[in-house]
Design a protein around this ligand. Structure first.
Ligand code: ZN
Ligand code: ZN
Length: 314
């Protein structure tokens, strides 16, 4: 059966790709055709992927940089120079390139950059770079040609709409990463222990409400052992991941890490302290665990413990 009234589907190009009009160059990022006179950028091709192997083929290709992408990358350069913290990652130009790729990733899915936050907050800018820089670098148009020319990529094609050529699985990954990034930008907020938890506070240290940016990172359910069905705070969750079970070792480490976070006191001796009577919140008498505690390890005399670690014999 034929449907003569519907247009024939365009064959030969993947979604989001069309023939490049005569005399135009593609933007290296969004892939849109640009007229002559648009600023250009070179990309190094090291080889061509012919399906089964890579043929060495070193040369350069010329792409355009459209005004929209150029503006986005100027912002990246500005963000890179705002934060001395980035110097640890390498030169400012490397940072600017990675930030540019991260902003490209936002553009892929039409997300609005949090420009003020990136310019004023190093953690915000760092989150942008780390969560989205690599994904953005994978998404740009020129990636199909450099460093390795991919089998289906043709310099005679361009994007039919900005970024529409980005594969849907990569776009989905970018959306997920943006979700994480947006979580990083939120100020921490108080998150109480889940209501379904067996105890009204962390099963280990007893804190009832923690400060966190996202619910998922605030509490971890204990799934095995005597404390199954309870929850632990993020600090105790890290110890549980490392030690595997809530026992005397975890309890001692948890309370000692609280008063001696950099191990300065404990480093002075070759062995770990053996503490008497460190009781998990879950094991306190019922009346002492009627509500979650305002702070971690309120059931322990922390001043005495600090004195013991620094001055005591253990
Ligand atoms: Zn562009
Ligand atoms: Zn805890």
């Amino acid at each position: 059966m034929t449907a003569p009234t519907s247009p024939a589907p365009h064959v030969g190009h993947p979604i989001g790709v069309r023939d490049l009009p005569e005399g135009m160059l593609c933007c290296a990022y969004c892939g849109m055709p640009q007229p002559e006179g648009t600023p250009t950028t070179e990309r190094l091709v090291l080889g061509r992927d012919v399906g089964l192997r890579i043929v060495d083929e070193a040369h350069e290709l010329t792409f355009a940089t459209c005004a929209t992408c150029a503006d986005r990358h100027a912002l990246a350069a500005e963000i890179a120079t705002q934060h001395p913290g980035f110097l640890a990652l390498g030169s400012t130009s490397i940072t600017a390139d990675r930030l540019a790729a991260a902003l490209d990733a936002l553009a892929v899915v039409g997300a609005t950059p949090a420009t003020d936050a990136y310019l004023n907050s190093y953690p915000a800018a760092r989150s942008l770079l780390e969560r989205l820089g690599d994904l953005g670098a994978l998404a740009v148009w020129s990636r199909a040609f450099s460093p390795i020319w991919q089998p289906k990529a043709s310099m005679k094609t361009c994007a039919s709409e900005p970024w529409l050529f980005v594969p849907s699985d990569l776009a989905a990954e970018i959306r997920r990463a943006i979700g994480e990034h947006v979580g990083d930008l939120r100020p921490p907020r108080p998150i109480p222990v889940p209501t379904e938890s067996r105890w009204p506070g962390c099963a280990v240290c007893g804190i009832g409400t923690v400060s966190a940016r996202r619910v998922s990172g605030a509490w971890k359910e204990v799934t095995t052992g005597a404390y199954a069905g309870g929850h632990v705070c993020a600090a105790d969750a890290r110890l549980l991941d490392a030690l595997g079970t809530i026992g005397p070792t975890l309890l001692e480490r948890s309370v000692c890490d609280l008063v001696d976070p950099d191990r300065m006191a404990r480093r002075r001796r070759p062995h770990e302290p053996q503490l008497q009577g460190v009781t998990a919140f879950a094991d306190l008498p019922r009346e002492q665990r009627a509500t979650g505690a305002a702070t971690r390890w309120s059931q322990v005399d922390l001043d005495a413990l600090t004195a013991l670690l620094w001055h005591g014999q253990w």
